[in-house]
Ligand binder design. Structure first.
Ligand code: MD6
Ligand code: FE
Length: 213
């Protein structure tokens, strides 16, 4: 954990009450995380899920950990089983858990132990419309969000969908710890632009760690 503890404090930026951007915090673990990500998606492949409204999401998703976030015609929820395989989601890799806990700790959440990791994969044009994360049991628990690969523009909004959103570029290795008063802010991701990352190709990968159950 020494590498994590030595992060330059100047790389830690308060975005809003309760949310902190840690620029480049995941860089030191990227090789292990890429290897572990491959193992997870071999067991639980990326898929495009369908919203309750019947739209197929442009972002491909999978999960690891005890619980996984899913959506289908019946609604949004967490489930212990992958609906594609009928099996439990792959275990959360130790490298993922360590990174999430270290980032949360640095942002002031020393007790964070995620039980779910939603993995989003964006390709050119994929986007995430403004939403709130409300399927978790306890909104006092933060969410740790890790961005890898192609950079994207994150929208950080207010507490109503129509509130003006601030645009924030997120780069390979950036981590946002999202809690406290910011936990229920609307947020989204603008359509991914054409780009290339040496390790992740045309894709942006986003990992969000949650204590869902
Ligand atoms: C993404 N992130 O960055 C989408 N949700 O691809 C999220 O939807 C998100 O970054 C809750 C907390 C942090 C996030
Ligand atoms: Fe979200």
């Amino acid at each position: 954990m020494d590498l994590f503890d030595e992060i330059d404090e100047s790389q830690s930026l308060k975005l809003a009450e309760g949310s902190t951007l840690l620029r480049g915090f995941a860089l030191c673990e990227q090789a292990t995380m890429l290897k572990d990500l491959h193992a997870v998606v071999t067991l639980a492949p990326f898929r495009h899920m369908v919203t309750p409204g019947g739209f197929t999401m442009s972002v491909a998703m999978t999960n690891c950990g005890d619980l996984g976030w899913v959506t289908d015609k019946k609604g949004y929820r967490y489930d212990a089983l992958d609906p594609l395989t009928g099996k439990p989601w792959p275990a959360m890799p130790a490298s993922f858990m360590a990174l999430a806990r270290a980032a949360a700790k640095l942002a002031g959440y020393s007790e964070f132990t995620p039980d779910a990791c939603l993995i989003n994969r964006y390709q050119v044009g994929a986007r995430m419309s403004l939403h709130q994360d409300k399927n978790e049991r306890d909104f006092n628990q933060p969410i740790v969000s890790v961005s890898l690969g192609v950079s994207a523009v994150f929208q950080l909004g207010g507490f109503e969908r129509a509130d003006k959103a601030v645009k924030l570029p997120l780069y390979h290795g950036d981590v946002v710890v999202w809690g406290g008063d910011s936990r229920l802010r609307y947020h989204g991701v603008l359509p991914l632009k054409v780009s290339h990352h040496p390790a992740f190709g045309e894709y942006r990968i986003n990992l969000t760690f949650r204590k869902a159950g």
